[in-house]
Design a protein around this ligand. Structure first.
Ligand code: C2E
Ligand code: CA
Ligand code: CA
Length: 733
């Protein structure tokens, strides 16, 4: 009680005011004293407050707090402050306040009401702190959190970068617009987020990068950013006037976005209709937002890379099958759309792998894909690697819809591909099937696959549509494996002979033995079907030898009957050719049947790997020493192998049917000419295979080819028919 009296007597309102001011002068916070008795006007300010607001004492005393308000100030919050002052309540808040020069700061305001002993409000003490930095940090932390959350939840890059732009607009101290531009690998603007994201014209992209080439508008705080207070005072204005005027842009700030390698991958820009003078806090803000954008972009790029690993084939850069199926299901099945799938395989894939390794195989697929891409409208083509040796395409277009000219078709199908700087000719085997609601993609793909397996057995470039009967034929193939061994035991593999004629005279000069399998279970089975199966199951040398023996038997019969003798070429699979006992075995048979070695020739398909050149050379030489000649078969795919051909003493070179088919194509024609000339230089005979027309015959004759083989002259025929034919024709050998 005594104390209270003392206080009451000795510490009146004036004293209180005096001590308040004394105290406030010592504070390092800004302090304002408000006098309720004088209609709540400012009664006292300390120096810190004057420094913070840039007003002088005389400009402040007698004013109300609204001297600090501006367009972005939150009106409701200011009313709350006002109410607390009037009613003597304590309160703490943050406000967007304006300095005398119009710049903005986040002001943390603490209201301390001072009452006398009767509870009557005497003064209000307002302590204030510029917390712009802290606020920015806080909102940045908030933004970072939002961005992380959105990324985690699989939000799109559009949403995430859009949110960053919104955030800048919401928290920036002046009304502004915000745009983020991202560049692609070629440094071209690829995506736009935030303001103008849907309306910005390509012709105006460059306007965003003003000032970033030379650093004239950079600040010492921020060497990367550009700050243009008033665009109209710069010479950029003239250059991009229509854009700046159209968007009403007066000040323009930007900050490049860098990747880890410090390359520019984009740009953050903040622009306003008003003049904006950057302050220290702005530099900081922009400096801090840019890395958040980098983070988000990196995250998406990484995600894309992971997605790529899961859905792309890194060897060819094509989508992989999973990715392809997903896309088509999402795009087509959902919308019940119809279209076609095509599975495309180069017929020579294996040969290319033999010659150029796996990478050669990848390269040819990639090149075929690139070429196909040229002929389809981009949006109409979905393409992926299907198997090691094939690509798959889905499109709503029929090939006929493409309306390709003959020249384009020739380009698409017959132009050689360049692999390791060598020209490589391939034939395309294509299987196709229709996708529709009744046959969804999951069914259409195996159908196209079935059609492809039929196409693979055909000669030249072919496209096969799926037909139900094909399923049967593929099922047959399954039986093939089981039946080959049995067929071999029962002697079901027999040779047919196809005459080879002297192109200049048309006379039969020799034959090629072609295997036929006449199976009681499977019927007549094509060698195109059983040879690959036999190769894969290790039975091929048995087939080769079975045919070889029957050929020797036939020749022995002719010899014993005193009939004219002809040379017969026997096909030998490469696996067999390289087996250690090949030379010994075959020479053994020739001896056994007492046939002169010159009547036998071995044809080996040109899949000789370079590593094997030395071995091949030895085998060919051993055979040659004994008097048996060798031919290189299906010469074409490895046209490039001309380079090692001179190392190998083949006696004959057989030009593949795919070349003969395309004699009319000038490039192909030139290649054949070269092969013929080269073989002559190397002392090899040139044989053209698969001649079907008189025109082809004439052309090859003209090109100086030695020998021809094909339906134009004779089809392969059974031994008995050959004997009959030879009775009519005079012998040459
Ligand atoms: P290849 O050695 O290139 O035989 C030429 C193929 O072309 C034969 O097919 C022949 O019948 C066919 N042909 C010949 N002239 C024409 C023509 O004018 N037009 C058309 N469209 N085709 C023609 P085939 O008999 O179906 O043999 C296919 C392949 O199977 C052979 O191609 C050969 O690589 C392989 N082959 C055949 N017999 C044997 C064998 O006993 N052992 C091994 N390892 N492979 C064999
Ligand atoms: Ca052959
Ligand atoms: Ca051939």
């Amino acid at each position: 009680m005594e104390m209270y009296k003392y206080y009451n007597q000795n510490f009146d309102k004036d004293d209180m005011y005096f001590w308040l001011c004394q105290m406030a002068r010592q504070f390092d916070s800004a302090v304002v004293v408000i006098n309720p008795a004088k209609d709540n006007v400012i009664d006292f300010v300390n120096h810190v407050f004057m420094r913070m607001t840039e007003y002088s004492e005389s400009e402040l005393i007698g004013e109300k707090l609204n001297i600090l308000h501006g367009p972005l100030t939150d009106v409701l919050n200011e009313l709350a402050i006002q109410e607390c002052i009037e009613n003597g309540l304590s309160y703490k808040t943050s406000s967007f306040h304006y300095r005398k020069n119009g710049s903005v700061f986040w002001n943390e305001v603490t209201i301390l009401p001072l009452k006398d002993l009767n509870g009557v409000l005497q003064y209000c003490l307002l302590m204030m702190n510029d917390v712009t930095d802290a606020m920015n940090v806080e909102t940045l932390v908030e933004l970072e959190k939002t961005v992380f959350f959105r990324l985690e939840n699989g939000d799109s890059i559009d949403n995430v970068l859009g949110e960053i732009c919104d955030h800048v607009k919401r928290t920036f101290r002046k009304p502004c617009n915000c745009t983020i531009l991202l560049l692609n690998d070629h440094k071209k603007v690829e995506n736009i987020y935030g303001d103008l994201s849907t309306t910005l014209k390509e012709s105006d992209y460059q306007a965003f990068f003003i000032g970033s080439e030379n650093r004239e508008f950079a600040s010492s705080f921020n060497k990367h950013a550009t700050f243009i207070k008033n665009i109209k005072t710069t010479n950029y204005y003239e250059q991009y006037q229509s854009f700046f005027d159209g968007e009403n842009i007066e000040s323009f700030w930007s900050h490049p976005i860098f990747n880890k390698e410090e390359e520019i991958i984009g740009l953050l820009s903040i622009y306003s209709e008003q003049e904006m003078d950057p302050q220290a806090t702005d530099y900081k803000l922009i400096n801090n937002i840019a890395p958040i954008i980098t983070l988000a972009v990196n995250y998406f790029n990484q995600k894309k890379a992971i997605h790529s690993l899961a859905f792309f084939d890194s060897a060819t850069g094509l989508s992989n099958f999973e990715g392809f199926k997903n896309t088509i299901m999402n795009l087509w099945e959902v919308n019940k759309e119809e279209g076609y799938v095509y599975i495309v395989e180069p017929g020579e894939y294996q040969k290319i792998v033999d010659l150029y390794g796996r990478q050669g195989g990848d390269k040819i697929l990639k090149k075929i894909a690139d070429r196909l891409r040229n002929f389809f409208p981009l949006t109409e083509l979905h393409m992926a690697r299907y198997t090691n040796s094939s690509i798959i395409i889905a499109t709503k277009l029929k090939i006929s819809d493409l309306q390709l000219s003959q020249v384009e078709i020739d380009q698409l199908l017959f132009e050689p591909y360049c692999i390791n700087n060598k020209d490589v000719f391939v034939t395309l085997k294509i299987g196709t099937s229709k996708v529709c609601p009744e046959t969804p993609i999951n069914q259409a793909i195996p159908q196209a696959d079935t059609a492809l397996s039929i196409a693979l057995k055909s000669v030249g470039t072919v496209i096969k549509k799926f037909e139900v009967e094909q399923v049967e034929s593929v099922a047959n193939e399954m039986n093939v494996v089981a039946n080959i061994a049995k067929g071999l035991r029962k002697g079901e593999f027999v040779p047919m002979l196809q005459p080879k004629v002297d192109i200049q005279t048309g006379e039969i000069e020799s034959f090629e033995a072609l295997a036929r399998w006449i199976s009681p279970e499977l019927g007549f089975v094509s060698p195109a079907l059983f040879i690959p199966v036999a190769e894969n199951t290790g039975n091929i040398y048995k087939i080769d030898l079975a045919i070889f023996k029957k050929v020797l038997e036939w020749q022995k019969l002719r010899k014993d009957a005193g009939l004219p003798m002809y040379q017969v070429s026997v096909n030998i699979s490469p696996i067999h050719f390289y087996s250690p006992t090949f030379v010994e075995n075959t020479i053994g048979f020739i001896r056994k049947y007492e046939i002169e070695p010159k009547y036998i020739k071995f044809e080996i398909t040109e899949s000789i790997e370079l590593d094997n050149v030395m071995r091949a050379k030895k085998i060919i030489n051993d055979l040659m020493k004994y008097g048996v000649a060798t031919a290189i078969d299906d010469f074409g795919v490895g046209y490039s192998s001309l380079s090692y051909l001179q190392e190998l003493p083949f006696e004959e070179i057989k030009i593949d049917k795919s070349f003969v088919d395309n004699l009319a194509n000038p490039r192909m024609n030139a290649v054949i000419k070269t092969i013929i000339h080269l073989s002559r230089n190397l002392n090899m005979r040139s044989v053209a295979e698969g001649i079907e027309t008189e025109a082809q015959h004439k052309e090859l004759q003209q090109l100086g080819c030695d020998c021809g083989q094909g339906y134009y002259y004779y089809k392969p025929m059974p031994l008995r028919e050959v004997d009959e034919l030879l009775q009519e024709c005079p012998a040459v050998l």
